[in-house]
Design a protein around this ligand. Structure first.
Ligand SMILES: Nc1nc2c(ncn2[C@@H]2O[C@H](COP(=O)(O)OP(=O)(O)OP(=O)(O)O)[C@@H](O)[C@H]2O)c(=O)[nH]1
Ligand SMILES: [Mg+2]
Length: 422
């Protein structure tokens, strides 16, 4: 479950996750694992000492306190590449003169360093993460297959390009990533494909980083969130899940059934409202803009924290329906001059490259503030987030990995990159 602070912040927080590809075999460039351990627990962290194990591009990482004093609090933003124990143990920046060529492990001269385990991921997040990994497993194994050889050559780069394109990453992100990899290989001199894969994880994390942002609730009362998307993308379901999380965090929610287009839509949202015991504003056969206006007005009058506006599915090519969406947005602003505070697009993760077109079209029409990517538990390939990051980097507030209430979580660039590649 994502966290909800007193100040009403949704935050994509995760405790320090596992190290980059912790199970990866030690690359050829790394010093021998039998090298001496760091002599003291306060030795400076040396993330750059082993480019193969921890590439330069790796974003700043909250690392265990015993490794560095710059440890971040568990609530810090979660793009972290924990220093792998091996890297710390085997790559001291400047070994003390007493370290000879022979192994000192076990010697009284060396006090073995204790590397604390990174804090465990909360069970709910871990469950969700496992589902995400399972969902993206096919993509992960096909990309990982590129790195099983023993050397980095042209054939590897070609295979990687193919695998990234197959994963829906799109031409721009694929070129960006492979170019970055070539640069890094040149700069660091790595020669082992496993090291290259770790660099790819770091590069993808960096590419996805701008998409990692928290949905902020509480700056306005109510915070009005308008939700749009193509038919069946998962708008109503995601609103239901979001409502539960908000209600669980003691935020009062009012739902607006502004999908007056489909007969069953109102009932569907009403079921979610009942499940979450929150109020709903709906109108049989009414005008969606009028329902939204009423809901925002009621939300203000009743002092609600959040008003979630569910809209009817539509294709960006259905111009009259896109006009209707724009009208909903305009009319919401009549009820509250500062609203809507968030305009979210829900994307079905299975849509592939078409998702990028959806993001562009809805953004052009409505000015999106965030995305929810659903159905990453199924056949979705996941690479489309890299394409979005390159072509229209709108924050991904949440990821859905199932139909159940608790199967929506905050997006974390590093977790996602690992799920997609590791
Ligand atoms: N597997 C899976 N199914 C999902 C997820 N999110 C939504 N669904 C399913 O997708 C289908 C469509 O979901 P809805 O929430 O009705 O989609 P919508 O965008 O509101 O649809 P319209 O209002 O008809 O445009 C339902 O069967 C949901 O249960 C998800 O993250 N994973
Ligand atoms: Mg719906």
């Amino acid at each position: 479950m994502f966290s909800f602070f007193k100040k009403k912040f949704f935050s994509s927080t995760t405790p320090a996750p596992e190290a980059v590809a912790p199970d990866a075999p030690l690359p050829a460039e790394s010093p021998s694992p039998a090298a001496p351990a760091l002599p003291t627990a306060s030795a400076p962290a040396t993330p750059a000492a082993s480019p193969a194990a921890l590439p330069d591009a790796a974003p700043a990482a909250p690392v265990p306190a015993a490794v560095t004093t710059a440890a971040a609090s568990p609530a810090a933003p979660a793009v972290v590449v924990a220093v792998p124990a091996q890297a710390v143990q085997t790559a001291p920046a400047s070994p003390p003169p007493s370290w000879g060529t022979g192994s000192l492990i076990g010697s009284a001269l060396v006090a073995p360093i204790e590397i604390p385990e990174p804090p465990a991921t909360p069970p709910e997040r871990q469950k969700w993460l496992d589902k995400l990994k399972a969902g993206l497993g096919k993509t992960a194994s096909s990309i990982s297959g590129v790195f099983v050889g023993t050397q980095i050559d042209e054939a590897l780069y070609e295979d990687l390009e193919g695998a990234l394109l197959m994963a829906d990453a799109g031409v721009s992100a694929t070129e960006h990533l492979t170019a970055a990899l070539r640069r890094k290989v040149k700069a660091t001199g790595v020669t082992h494909p496993t090291a290259l894969k770790n660099i790819l994880i770091a590069e993808l994390t960096e590419l996805l980083q701008p998409l990692q942002k928290s949905l902020v609730i509480g700056e306005h009362t109510p915070t009005v969130v308008m939700v749009a998307g193509v038919n069946g993308a998962g708008k109503t379901t995601s609103i239901g899940k979001l409502t539960k999380h908000l209600a669980d965090s003691n935020a009062s929610v009012l739902l607006a059934a502004a999908d007056t287009f489909r007969a069953a839509a109102r009932e569907q949202l009403t079921v979610w409202a009942d499940r979450n015991t929150v109020e709903i504003v709906s109108q049989e056969g009414g005008d969606p803009a009028a329902v939204s206006y009423d809901a925002v007005t009621a939300g203000k009058a009743r002092g609600k924290d959040v008003v979630l506006v569910d809209t009817a599915g539509r294709l960006p090519t259905q111009l009259h329906l896109m006009e209707e969406l724009k009208k909903i947005k305009r009319v919401i602003a009549k009820a509250d001059g500062t609203a809507p505070h968030e305009v979210l697009l829900v994307i079905d993760g299975n849509t592939g490259q078409n998702a990028v077109q959806q993001v562009k079209a809805f953004d052009d029409a409505l000015g999106l503030t965030g995305l929810i990517v659903t159905k990453l538990d199924g056949t979705a390939k996941g690479g489309v987030l890299a394409a979005i990051a390159r072509e229209r980097p709108i924050p991904v507030y949440f990821i859905g990995v199932g139909e159940k209430l608790d199967e929506l979580e905050t997006f974390n660039a590093r977790e996602f990159a690992q799920a997609l590649l590791a």
